[in-house]
Ligand binder design. Structure first.
Ligand SMILES: C[S@@+](CC[C@H](N)C(=O)[O-])C[C@H]1O[C@@H](n2cnc3c(N)ncnc32)[C@H](O)[C@@H]1O
Length: 270
């Protein structure tokens, strides 16, 4: 992990990071239901785009669909290395990189500063990894400072209907093939309700079964924080944003108590 003190998906043993990043892609590249949303949000913005907590670049193609410039920032060196691989193996992204329209930055979204300003800042799936309201406020303030006065920020996190309803004992999440290895992921979670939202402690055990019968077991643990919608809106206000729109799904459903997502479209307050 690059930035110190991050509660992270890849918080296993340092030597496991590359494998965990590969596993992360295996899991996350399957998520496609938000791609149209991001393509449309990019289209209705102008200027450059900054993808804060870009991971391995899952959203790059959608955000850059109409030839836009993008800066992808992440605190995980292993995930940025996966992003580099994605760029190198995708003709459009590679051309954008060669033309100077795509830049990858190893940095911390809580304190990122840049000279250039952006028309759109995306925080997709990132807030949950920040350790509570104080860090979320720092991140929103940093995003605010990166935006042009007519820019927008999108904060996209899990909504009330998508949260784990109870603690889970150790159980199998999924089984998949990765190259010639069979992968089994087990996890356990412990929830804690707090005034500012739900805190969840996850422990995962990932077994990689080789063709020779060997098993490599990778343990990892991380904490996530799922702010309540009200807490997130309050923090956006503190960071000098106004809420332009809020959605409960990437299909633009209005938010309610059962919404799977909590998506805020924010504009700098005047
Ligand atoms: C769930 S992933 C989302 C990745 C990507 N936005 C997507 O939607 O596919 C969260 C990402 O946030 C990054 N992250 C978490 N805290 C961070 C921080 N303080 N600074 C930079 N990146 C951070 C993690 O390394 C991870 O790549």
């Amino acid at each position: 992990m690059g930035a110190r003190g991050l509660s992270d998906i890849l918080a296993g043993h340092a030597a496991d990071e590359a494998v965990l990043a590969e596993l992360y892609d295996l899991e996350h590249d399957e998520i496609t239901e938000d791609l149209v949303f991001y393509r449309e949000q990019a289209r209705r913005s102008t200027g450059s785009i900054i993808d804060l907590g870009c991971g391995s670049g899952r959203l790059f193609n959608s955000l850059m669909a109409d030839g836009r410039s993008l800066v992808g920032v992440d605190g995980s060196a292993a995930l940025l290395a996966r992003a580099e691989t994605r760029v190198a193996s995708d003709d459009g992204l590679r051309a954008a990189r060669d033309e100077g329209r795509l830049e990858l930055v190893h940095g911390d979204v809580r304190s990122l500063r840049r000279r250039d300003q952006f028309g759109l800042a995306v925080l997709a799936g990132v807030v949950a990894h920040l350790d509570g309201p104080e860090q979320a406020l720092r991140t929103l303030e940093a995003a605010r400072a990166l935006l042009r006065t007519d820019g927008r920020a999108i904060v996209d996190t899990i909504g009330p209907g998508g949260l784990p309803p109870r603690d889970l004992p150790l159980s199998v999440d999924w089984e998949r093939e990765m190259g010639d290895r069979h992968v089994v992921r087990r996890s356990t979670l412990v929830r804690r309700e707090t005034p500012e939202g739900l805190r969840v402690e996850y422990s995962t055990l990932t077994d990689l079964l080789g063709t020779d019968g060997t098993i490599a077991r990778l343990p990892a643990g991380f904490r996530l924080w799922y702010p309540s919608v009200r807490a997130l809106i309050g923090l956006a206000g503190e960071a000098q944003f106004t809420v332009e729109a809020s959605f409960g799904s990437h299909d633009l459903d209005p938010p309610d108590d059962r919404s799977e997502r909590c998506i805020l479209v924010l504009r700098p307050a005047r």
